[in-house]
Design a protein around this ligand. Structure first.
Ligand code: NAP
Length: 310
């Protein structure tokens, strides 16, 4: 089923990039619909405290900034719909976006702002025990681990920031990292390394999650000596990076070998009328402030494109 309305702009993804794009296209009086499959804010909604978004010297919670961005885009007319997109087709003079529920929406241009999703470890029992001690979101699940001991996997900003957050609940956090150096920014490294509740196991990977109905431990392997040992824990939080959400785009716009969307300087993709912004894009800086900036750029590029079509 296809609705009769042809939107000027259709935005896929309601994280910082998509919501900012919506704010700008709506304020430019372009009819705008934004499709988001989960919650407004995307990854930022799962973050406890955002300390590096300018204008909030005390920090702002991920939930609050997400809700405020959604409210601001809606205030100027962005129509936000909670729907998952299954594909986009280039037609003669317009783009046709298909929604999983079966509906089809026509628009003159599309802005892809679908970001990226957390990566799994891909080890035995990880999937079975997700929600039973395996988690990818400290803000969502941290409070279930009061007075417990936890393992955090990863050495980047997410692992450090979320690991520090988890020390509010857990008595001990053991960070398991595959190298002997952290990738996280110096300020987060310093805080994590100085936190008395955080311990580090270097040059080590998790090869299996242990437990029947809930997590009871992890099997660890030292990548240098290849020695393995079983380590008791009540929970495992995995923060090992992200993969782009571009499955629905395969065969449409050009992607790189990891699946990120290739864009030109003005954020146009290989198909005229389709733009990409934020974490889904090759070379994007993965920070809320830069994703919002890219949302603005994509909106202005879409506006210029529509002007040229007249
Ligand atoms: P990331 O920077 O890609 O770090 C992923 C970490 O997981 C790395 O330490 C990596 O090890 C490790 N890793 C990757 N695959 C693994 C595997 N299969 N098994 C074990 N370990 C694995 O991801 P992120 O921490 O989620 O951050 C993503 C982006 O968001 C970054 O640009 C980051 O700066 C940004 N971010 C910023 C903030 C902030 O500013 N406060 C907070 C969160 C995220 P190696 O180091 O060996 O590669």
């Amino acid at each position: 089923m296809s609705s009769n309305q042809v939107y000027d702009v259709l935005i896929i993804g309601g994280g910082g990039a998509g919501l900012t794009a919506g704010l700008y296209t709506s304020r430019a009086k372009l009819s705008t619909v934004l499709l988001e499959k989960l919650t407004p804010g995307g990854q930022i909604a799962l973050t406890d405290l955002v300390e590096n978004y300018p204008g909030f010297p005390e920090g702002v919670t991920g939930t609050e900034i997400s809700q405020r961005m959604e409210e601001q885009a809606k205030r100027y007319g962005t129509e936000i719909r909670y729907e998952e997109v299954s594909g986009v087709e280039k037609k003669e003079g317009f783009l046709l976006t298909q929604i999983v529920s079966g509906q089809k929406i026509e628009s003159k241009c599309v802005i892809i702002a679908t970001g990226a999703s957390y990566r799994n470890l891909g080890v035995p029992k990880e999937r079975d025990l997700t929600g039973r001690g395996v988690s990818y979101c400290a803000t969502c699940d941290g409070a279930f681990f009061k007075e417990k001991e936890l393992v955090v996997v990863g050495g980047g900003d997410s692992a450090m920031q979320e690991g520090i957050f988890l020390t509010r609940f857990a008595t001990k956090i053991t960070v398991v990292h595959r190298r002997d150096k952290l990738r996280a920014s110096p300020i987060l490294q310093e805080r994590a390394l100085q936190n008395p509740k955080m311990k580090f196991v270097w040059n080590t990977v998790v090869t299996e999650i242990l437990g029947q109905n809930k997590v009871e431990g992890v099997r660890l392997q030292n990548v240098q000596t290849k020695e393995t040992n079983d380590f008791k824990t009540n929970g495992v939080f995995v923060f090992i990076g992200h993969d782009p959400n571009t499955d629905f785009l395969k065969g449409l716009v050009e992607l790189d070998e990891k699946g990120y969307v290739k864009t030109k300087e003005d954020l146009t993709t290989s198909i005229p009328g389709i733009f990409a912004c934020g974490e889904v894009r090759v070379g994007a800086v993965k920070q809320l402030v830069s994703c919002c900036g890219e949302g603005c750029e994509a909106a202005l590029a879409a506006q210029a494109y529509l002007e040229n079509q007249k």
